[in-house]
Design a protein around this ligand. Structure first.
Ligand code: AMP
Ligand code: MG
Length: 314
């Protein structure tokens, strides 16, 4: 990486946030740290601003975007909330939970945000920089992860520079993101039933505890268009469940499995979630043509880590 800061990177201080609000108001794109990963934000109420996100990422237009708002009141202006949705908001917002809810007919949102679905995905983020940007912009912000479509998600401003560079109008550097995995996405269906569409930092068990009923069993095919294909790909073959490196592999370790780097030497899943993408970025840049990854237990946030690893390997 170049030691010189690219001209479109600003420190996420008051001046940086003010500049971000100006760029967003004008319909531009700004990469912003959240507690999950860096997002590429644009105003969600303007078709051209939303189109700029799809263009910068090279994202297929059938893949809808998550809309970020400062609080429940702003969220209720965009989607229909029932008691269950309000209970989840009370329990997990601000935080890494996205709810897919029926979109209000009068919602001031560009159509492309929902990619033609009758629903909208909403989140109230907790990160102080994203919150400051939302306040300063005074607009709902669509913000997918700030990487080229299909690539590894960014957990630092340097990752955003490597993946998007000048394709983002502005990049706010707010350090390394704390959680490191994208938000949990839960669909709360009108008339009953709910389902996790993407596992993440908030576990299915935690959601079930709040709602007092288990997730619905049946899957609905088209509901989460971005969830099926290969994703998070570092551009090299990946072998999962590896106990040791073979031949020309770069091993990402965990717990007792020592690697060239480790997601968590202590075997801590929260730390592993936070470090997963940084390890994949290092592995992608390493000289070895192949990547191997130590086994991760399928407990708690381990389910979300394994979900990302399976799709990185697909
Ligand atoms: P990203 O912004 O890269 O974290 O991806 C956002 C994810 O949210 C994608 O996988 C989308 O498919 C999903 N998503 C966004 N809006 C909806 C929606 N209305 N219904 C179902 N999934 C959605
Ligand atoms: Mg993404």
């Amino acid at each position: 990486m170049s030691t010189q800061t690219p001209p479109n990177v600003l420190t996420a201080d008051a001046a940086g946030v003010a500049q971000a609000a100006r760029v967003l108001a004008a319909g531009g794109t700004v990469a912003v740290p959240t507690e999950t990963v860096y997002g590429l934000a644009a105003r969600a109420d303007q078709a051209e601003a939303v189109a700029a996100i799809f263009r910068a990422k090279g994202r297929p237009d059938f893949n809808p975007l998550i809309v970020h708002v400062p609080g429940l009141a702003a969220a209720e202006a965009l989607a229909l909330f029932d008691e269950r949705a309000r209970a989840l908001a009370a329990a997990f917002w601000p935080g890494p939970l996205t709810m897919v809810l029926p979109r209000r007919a009068d919602a001031l949102l560009a159509a492309a945000v929902s990619a033609g679905l009758p629903t909208v995905a909403l989140r109230v983020p907790a990160h102080p920089v994203m919150r400051a940007v939302l306040e300063a912009a005074g607009l709902p912000l669509a913000a997918p992860s700030a990487n080229r479509s299909g690539g590894v998600s960014p957990t630092s401003a340097a990752h955003v520079v490597t993946s998007l560079g000048g394709r983002a109008d502005l990049i706010l550097d707010g350090g390394i993101t704390e959680r490191g995995l994208e938000s949990t996405i839960v669909a709360v269906r009108p008339g009953g039933g709910w389902q996790v569409l993407r596992p993440g930092p908030v576990t299915e068990a935690e959601i079930a505890a709040v709602l007092g009923e288990p997730a619905a069993r049946e899957r609905r095919g088209i509901e989460a268009p971005g969830q099926l294909a290969s994703h998070y790909a570092p551009g090299k073959p990946i072998r999962l469940g590896a106990m040791a490196a073979e031949g020309d592999e770069f091993l990402i370790g965990f717990g007792g499995v020592e690697g060239a780097v480790s997601m968590s030497v202590a075997g801590d899943l929260t730390e592993a979630a936070a470090r997963l993408y940084a390890c994949l970025h290092v592995a992608a840049a390493a000289p070895q043509p192949r990547i191997a990854v130590a086994p991760i237990p399928e407990e708690g946030v381990g389910a979300a880590i394994n979900d990302r690893l399976r799709r990185a390997a697909a």
